[in-house]
Structures are given as C-alpha cells and as structure tokens.
Design a protein. Structure first.
Ligand SMILES: Nc1nc2c(ncn2[C@@H]2O[C@H](COP(=O)(O)OP(=O)(O)OP(=O)(O)O)[C@@H](O)[C@H]2O)c(=O)[nH]1
Length: 229
C-alpha cells in the first residue's frame, strides 16, 4: 500500500484567527489525508470516555466508573467526500483537580465536544462555566458541539431536551442528545465535526459552505418515548 499522511496544521495569523494548512508527508502505519484534534469536555462522569469508546470501538463501557486521570487520546479515521479524515480525539478528565492539565491542550483543538448528563442537573448547569473556559483557552474559531448524554436513561431524566436546545441556540452551537449505551447519535456527532472541519480546510471560494446545523437536524435520531422531552 502506498501509505501517505497529510498533517493538518493550524497557523495563526497576526490577528489571532487561524489559517488551515495542509501538508503531505509519508507514513507507513496510517492512511489518511487530513488530521484534526478534537477534545471531549464536561463534568466528571457525564460519559466522555464511554462516548469515545462507543465511537472508536462500537462498544459500551458499563460497570464500575473509573474516572479519567489527566488526559488520554484515541484516533479514528472517517471518510468525508472521499477524503480520509483522521480524528485525534482527546479524552479529558472532568474532575476539577485536573483542570490545569486540560487547559494546556485547548489551544491545539480544532473542535470541542462539550457533554452534560441528562440525569444530572449540575452537569448541565456547569455548561456555561465550561463555555467560559472554552472562551478563555480555546482557539477563537474552534468548532463546538453540545451533547446531552445518557439519553437512554429516560426515567431518570432531569434535564429537558428543550433546555439543551435552548442553551445551544443561545451560544449558536449545534446540539443533540446521545447515548454511549445505545450508540444513538454518537457516530453522527463525530461525523458532523469531521465534515465541518474538512470543509473548512479544503473549501474553495465558489463552494457552498457546509451547514453543520442543517446536517445534524436532517440526520439525528430521537431517543423515543418516556420521561421529559
Ligand atoms: N446509561 C448510560 N450510562 C452511561 C452512558 N455514558 C456513560 N455512562 C456511565 O456513566 C459513568 C461515567 O462514564 P465515563 O465515560 O467514565 O465518564 P467521564 O465523563 O469520562 O468521567 P471522567 O473521566 O471523570 O471525566 C460510567 O459508569 C458509564 O458506564 C450512557 O450513555 N448511558
């Protein structure tokens, strides 16, 4: 196989906005065209690691909860319009004591998936604080997506879907509910991010802009009945 790798670098312009640059280089191990860094953020136990494992391995990490220590990452290549997009996904520790470690990684991320747990009101209430941190530490043009996770736990729901939608609208970010347990909308979340980043990186002036909100609305699944909506 003639393996090739294209690394994606984010060169900053003088006014702080980022400019995407594609660089080709050889690799014998992986085959991809562009690589992007994505970070998972949110309070401890909202399901960041489980969402990542569901996307990467198609499995659910049930059983005892083991909190992430510091930061970890996994790669997955997805195809967008015949372009192989490698997502390097950073799984951060939600616990407060690791916050200074994760801050150091914000700057490198092109996309952030911000999670709360639909069965935990505090995790939802903290989303505003997370968005303030993102504003303070992340790139100005970072792609942000809000995810209300654990949508399978309908009977334990305490955060209405419409409250998630309202908050996302206020901040102008796409939103959907996910479940790492059933897998609902997990792949879609990462695919939408990959599409958005790929389009930003390769878009020609005469090409129509990719509409991430419209794409998600047309593709997302709802969790079905029961509980608050
Ligand atoms: N029912 C259900 N349980 C979930 C889901 N996602 C995660 N969990 C459970 O929630 C707990 C916490 O999940 P993690 O993925 O470890 O949470 P985290 O956000 O990575 O936590 P930190 O590493 O501390 O930041 C575990 O017991 C998971 O099994 C889900 O979608 N549905």
């Amino acid at each position: 196989m003639s393996a090739r790798k294209t690394s994606f670098t984010d060169k900053r312009t003088k006014n702080g906005t980022s400019k995407y640059v594609l660089e080709r280089c050889a690799s014998v191990n992986e085959y991809y065209d562009i690589v992007f860094k994505v970070m998972l953020l949110g309070d401890s136990s909202v399901g960041k690691t489980c969402v990542l494992v569901r996307f990467k391995d198609g499995a659910f990490l049930g059983g005892n909860f083991i909190a992430t220590v510091g930061i970890d990452f996994r790669n997955k290549v997805v195809e967008v319009d015949n372009v192989k997009v490698k997502l390097q996904i950073w799984d951060t520790a939600g616990q407060e004591r690791f916050r200074s470690v994760t801050h150091a990684y914000y700057r490198d991320a092109q996309a952030l998936l911000l999670l709360y747990d639909i069965t935990s009101k505090p995790s939802f209430d903290n989303i505003r604080a997370w968005l303030t941190e993102i504003h303070d530490y992340a790139q100005k043009d970072v792609v942000i997506m809000l995810l209300g996770n654990k949508s399978d736990l309908a009977a334990e729901r305490v955060v209405k879907k419409e409250d998630g939608e309202k908050l996302a609208k206020e901040y102008g970010v796409p939103f959907m509910e996910t479940s790492a347990k059933t897998g609902i909308n997990v792949e879609l979340a990462f695919l939408a991010i990959a599409k958005e980043l790929k389009h930003r990186a390769t878009q020609q002036p005469n090409e129509p802009k990719f509409q991430i909100h419209d794409y998600i609305e047309s593709q997302k699944q709802t969790s079905g009945c029961c509980g608050l909506k």
